[in-house]
Write a protein that binds this ligand. Structure first.
Ligand code: MN
Length: 502
């Protein structure tokens, strides 16, 4: 089905200005002209791909310049129209976004799979550190390529699906764009493990045949009960779990679908945080909760900043369902992740998104540590140079591991991998703080330096200004690459005395 520019405007999460519309329209015109004689493997005109990428960007709430760059993303690479022309007509910002996406695409294919994987990852990180929107366009590009993967030969399908599962989906997840991550995983799953994909689909269909109408009855009953308590609902919907995630759960539960409690979930959106707790109480008044499955991610957000109230209850007709309760803003941030920040910047002028994002106790706005993990990775990359094995090891810990947030006594947020220690915390603040650390307090109480910091804890680092260098033994328990590389560097300067036991 052919798309039009109107489809893009209709997909926009938030309305565009007339200026923004005109900007996008001009970009579309140039892209259509540039790709005029090209076709996709599917037989569609190439421009259809440009429009699809732009539509995905519009859906996740990106602004007009990013959407324009999405339309133009394959122009310099595949047509006679140069980046210079794009710069002249659309300005430096769009040109840089397009150039960033083009560079990401230029990855040499020779060498081992491991080398290819590493180079790919490395490029993604470098791009991310420069302008995160480049990576978001690349994700939209990949999503549309995955949706049309059936037209490629099988060996290419395999490679692209694997790369999507190993690189693109985790990056979408890390950026908090749950919608894209979920679809990328499901599409990759289909090509990487067709047998189990079909099997999971079969199980769901069987179960859903009766579940579908149940979900409708369930939503109606819950809505009525919450309204009875005088709480106004902005939106309520039922949804079923994504296939790939469901398959993973099924594997842990002997493929028994009755043991997957969050197969169907009801999501309730409310106007304000207070309403969320009101609705939470109302739900528990009518439906008995399951022990150990009540989660308050509003007071204590998940490491990726996800906020919501979750509970699993014996719902209408006695069946087990999961209920998720949140505000519209929390919902947008959960679905669109980093992309949602632009939306809320536009909406709440004068505050940068990162300031909006980090609230402590719902009152104090914590100053931004904008994407500190990207900056840390960048810094640390400079230090390790081209050492691939170190890079991979670091990525696995710093990027793909679950993260926690800890606070400085001033309320600044420091993001760390799980099991990080006060030493990691100290080096995340500054290398000199790390080098001079002599002790640490958590929530006011002294802890050993190999203590594992937990989400939400306040960490105070005690330093001695006369201390020259870190303790070489710290290397045994620190978790972050940044701490490791500083400790190694500092203790190498020693003249052999660093290994003295205390
Ligand atoms: Mn493309």
């Amino acid at each position: 089905m052919a798309l039009s520019i109107e489809d893009i405007f209709r997909s926009c999460k938030f309305p565009l200005s007339s200026e923004g519309r005109r900007f996008i329209m001009n970009a579309a015109e140039l892209a259509e002209e540039a790709h005029r004689d090209q076709k996709r493997k599917s037989g569609e005109r190439y421009f259809e791909h440009s429009l699809s990428v732009a539509k995905i960007l519009a859906e996740i709430g990106m602004e007009s310049r990013t959407i324009a760059a999405g339309l133009l993303h394959d122009v310099p690479e595949d047509t006679t129209i140069t980046l210079e022309t794009i710069r002249k007509r659309f300005g430096n910002e769009v040109a840089q976004l397009v150039d960033g996406v083009t560079k990401l695409g230029k990855i040499r294919l020779h060498g081992s799979r491991e080398e290819y994987y590493l180079e790919n990852l490395r490029k993604m990180f470098l791009a991310m550190a420069e302008d995160i929107r480049v990576v978001i366009i690349k994700l939209a590009d990949r999503l549309h390529n995955m949706r049309t993967l059936e037209y490629l030969p099988p060996e290419k399908q395999e490679r692209i699906a694997r790369e999507t599962m190993e690189i693109y989906a985790p990056i979408a997840n890390r950026l908090g764009i749950g919608e894209i991550k979920g679809e990328l995983e499901d599409l990759s799953f289909k090509y990487l493990d067709p047998k189990n994909y079909a099997k999971t689909l079969e199980i769901v269909k069987d179960y859903m045949r009766e579940s579908d109408s149940y979900l409708d009855r369930c939503v109606a009953a819950i809505r009525a009960n919450i309204q009875k308590e005088g709480i106004r609902i902005a939106h309520i919907e039922g949804r079923s779990k994504r296939l790939y995630r469901l398959y993973q759960k099924l594997c842990r539960h002997d493929m028994d679908i009755k043991r997957v409690y969050d197969l169907v979930a009801v999501r309730i959106i409310l106007p304000a945080v207070a309403d969320c707790y009101g609705a939470f109480g109302a739900v528990h008044k009518y439906y008995r909760p399951m022990v150990g499955r009540i989660k308050d991610y509003i007071s204590l957000p998940k490491p990726n900043n996800y906020q919501s109230l979750h509970t699993t209850v014996f719902g209408p007709e006695g069946r087990i369902i999961e209920i998720q309760i949140r505000t519209q803003k929390m919902h947008d941030e959960a679905e669109l992740g980093i992309a949602a920040h632009w939306i809320y910047t536009e909406k709440e002028r004068g505050l940068s998104w990162s300031k909006l994002f980090f609230r402590k106790n719902n009152s104090v706005i914590v100053p931004p540590k904008e994407l500190s993990w990207v900056k840390q990775l960048q810094e640390w990359q400079k230090e390790i140079g081209q050492d691939n094995s170190k890079f991979l090891e670091g990525i696995k810990i710093d990027f793909f591991k679950n993260h926690i947030f800890a606070f400085t006594p001033n309320g600044d947020i420091i993001e760390l991998p799980e099991e990080a220690t006060p030493i990691d915390f100290a080096y995340s603040i500054h290398s000199e703080v790390g080098n001079k650390t002599v002790g640490a307090k958590i929530d006011g109480r002294i802890v050993p330096l190999d203590y594992h910091i937990r989400n939400g804890e306040v960490v105070e680092i005690l330093t001695d200004k006369d201390r020259k260098r870190p303790n070489a033994d710290w290397i045994r328990f620190v978790k972050t690459s940044i701490a490791k590389s500083h400790i190694q560097k500092q203790t190498k300067k020693d003249t052999g005395f660093s290994k003295i036991k205390q």
